[in-house]
Design a protein around this ligand. Structure first.
Ligand code: ZN
Length: 645
């Protein structure tokens, strides 16, 4: 993209509100569309990507060119066939509901978990397979806390009017959803209240969102004897055998307390309440593929109440999203054939090289860092893997059977297929070429155990990345994102993994103390921001992302200064000015109040407006580029500015 003057608001002093100065015109011209809880650059790209995918899928459904097209086309057609969805009713989940009905004791309820978890119904807890944090050539099975219908633990115990109202709306929702599967309306509300009470007892044992960011808390390897001793009543070795993972020698327990207390909670709860809890979670998991009465009810609570959407998205968008969750790489494969030429990959790769060089320079020049830690950090950086666009080898979908007759059955089949894949690779070496995000996703990631940064083709699109734009604009947009992901390898969590992806302390005590004193100041900065009404940003929950945002802007700005020497002004704007305008542009957007509340609780990223002022207020380069006075309100006082990387 080229920057657009109409997107700005020249009536605002950039030293007072640079976010508004850079984005005011756009913000006024682009109110929140009814189908969205948030709307900004990411969503704009998402809609454009969806248009491409939609076109491909319509074609695949009408005239499939190959097996992959047929798979995608059949799934897509089943999701659009509303008559068939109504006719099928709850058939797809009846076997699961019947199994719940047949239980007569707490232990029988627990014995159902392998079956439910095998359909991604995450009652009480869930399992998943990831890279082993002690040996990144191997896989490791995790048992993770789960099974709450509200966004997070805080939703159950927070003492505020908004939280109480959400809990009350949740009980109404659970009650209505139970009636859709035959619970008499007269008793549904009381029964739903009992489900909330059960979830509240479960939630009290969960790690909070900010605690889950700490690998020191969540990396808890247990051999089978230790696992059995942790929660004898759950008979976890037998559970592992039942899910098909009986041959493992050890597993990771994300939240030991929530597992060790689970049997006691379940045993002390009426079987009838446990059954209602399971019934609700079966319906909740599959709701968007079931008849309108159930899907609409799910939207009313999760879309409107939790997600702040006024209306559901269009049907094809909802099916596309489901398809992305269930068969992301299949969908993305068709996407990149259309949208991501080799030239785009090469330009992105060149930027990654420059930004890695900037991180190297940063590690070499941190005044507080001792040589021992510096050397290890540089080694880690040299081992970084980089993936751009899409996987070199594509996932094999043979064995997955979908049909045009039942959307819900397709979704469950895709879930079983994915979980079976995870169990299959559990005993295989890690495939370094594998991706953990769909190629069409408007997103990117750093993976600590793989020690790699990954940028799907979906985010390498305008305005984030434009092969035709000048460096200043690309460094201010995707360059910041690339540097953000690089920084994650050296944020408060990523820094605790080494170059081989092992969870290993390679920092001297002195360096740790220096790093912690810098990050504590950042916690304080963001704790001061208000997300919505009386709800503050949680500086500790968002710390890793804020470190990455700060590093992202700092590294990309320095890299641009290096590569843009002699670059001309464009439209009267210097490269540095264009960089910072682009940096504000990528975070422009509106967020509904409901979604802002939800995100403040669960999202490890700060609200978008603070992803601009947070880092920029700390940048001398920003002050210089805009020619702002030292006491400009948008800036932190010089002495308070934080530079980490
Ligand atoms: Zn991040």
């Amino acid at each position: 993209m080229t920057l657009n003057a109409a997107d700005r608001d020249p009536s605002v002093d950039p030293g007072v509100d640079f976010y508004r100065f850079a984005n005011g015109g756009w913000l006024d011209a682009n109110p929140l569309p009814p189908g969205y809880g948030a709307w900004g650059s990411f969503e704009e790209i998402g809609v454009r990507n969806e248009d491409v995918l939609h076109r491909l899928l319509v074609h695949a459904a009408a005239d499939p060119a190959n097996d992959l097209d047929r798979l995608l086309g059949d799934y897509f057609a089943s999701g659009l066939d509303l008559d068939a969805i109504e006719a099928a009713g709850t058939t797809a989940i009846e076997p699961l509901l019947a199994a719940v009905d047949a239980t007569t004791s707490a232990d029988e309820v627990l014995a159902l978990l392998p079956l439910l978890h095998g359909h991604a119904i995450t009652a009480f807890f869930m399992w998943g397979v990831t890279v082993d944090h002690d040996d990144s050539s191997r896989h490791l099975l995790w048992l993770v806390q789960s099974g709450l219908g509200l966004p997070d633990r805080d939703s159950y115990d927070k003492d505020s009017e908004a939280a109480a109202a959400l809990r009350s709306a949740y009980v109404d929702h659970v009650a209505r959803q139970l009636t859709t599967i035959g619970v008499p309306a007269g008793t549904a509300h009381d029964r739903a209240a009992a489900v909330l009470a059960l979830e509240t007892r479960l939630a009290a044992q969960h790690l909070r969102a900010e605690e889950r960011r700490d690998p020191g808390r969540t990396l808890n390897r247990h051999d089978l004897a230790a696992l059995d001793a942790l929660a004898p009543g759950l008979r976890l070795p037998a559970y592992l055998t039942a899910i098909g993972a009986g041959a493992v020698e050890s597993v990771n327990v994300q939240s030991p307390r929530s597992l060790s207390t689970l049997h006691g909670i379940v045993a002390a709860t009426d079987v009838a309440v446990l059954q209602d809890y399971l019934r609700f979670h079966v319906v909740r998991t599959v709701a968007t593929a079931l008849p309108a009465a159930i899907e609409d009810e799910a939207f009313d609570f999760y879309g409107r109440r939790v997600g702040g959407q006024q209306q559901p998205k269009k049907r094809y968008q909802r099916v596309l999203r489901a398809l992305g969750e269930d068969m992301g790489e299949a969908l993305g494969r068709r996407f990149v054939e259309e949208t991501f030429p080799p030239s785009a990959k090469e330009r992105a790769r060149a930027m990654v090289r420059e930004l890695l060089a900037e991180m190297r320079h940063s590690l070499q020049t941190r005044g507080w860092m001792t040589e021992a830690t510096r050397e290890q950090g540089l080694q880690k950086l040299e081992s970084f893997g980089v993936k751009i666009g899409y996987p070199d080898t594509w996932r094999d979908w043979s064995g997955l059977v979908v049909s045009r007759t039942s959307y819900a059955a397709n979704r469950l089949a895709a879930t079983r297929f994915e979980l079976a894949r995870q169990l299959r690779i559990l005993h295989e070496p890690v495939d370094r070429a594998e991706w953990e995000m769909a190629p069409h996703a408007v997103n990117a990631y750093y993976h600590p155990m793989r020690n790699e940064i990954v940028f799907p083709a979906g985010i390498l699109q305008p305005p984030m990345f434009d092969a035709d734009a000048d460096d200043a604009v690309n460094y201010g947009a995707i360059g910041i994102v690339i540097a953000h992901e690089i920084t994650h390898g050296f944020d408060d969590s990523g820094r605790r993994f080494d170059g081989a992806g092992a969870f290993r302390d390679w920092w001297t005590e002195e360096d740790q103390a220096h790093f912690a004193s810098l990050t504590e100041r950042l916690v304080e900065q963001y704790d001061g921001y208000v997300a919505v009404d009386d709800v503050h940003v949680n500086g500790r929950l968002t710390l890793g992302e804020n470190i990455a945002d700060l590093g992202g802007v700092a590294l990309a700005s320095r890299a641009l200064a290096r590569v843009s020497t002699g670059a001309p002004d464009i439209d009267g704007l210097s490269p540095a000015q264009r960089f910072f305008l682009a940096a504000a542009t990528i975070w422009r957007g509106h967020t509904s109040e409901q979604l802002a509340r939800t995100l403040a609780q669960v999202d490890s990223h700060s609200p978008r407006v603070f992803r601009v002022v947070g880092p920029l207020s700390n940048q001398d380069a920003f002050q210089d580029a805009l020619g702002l006075a030292d006491d400009a309100p948008y800036l932190r006082p010089r002495a308070d500015r934080i530079e980490i990387w």
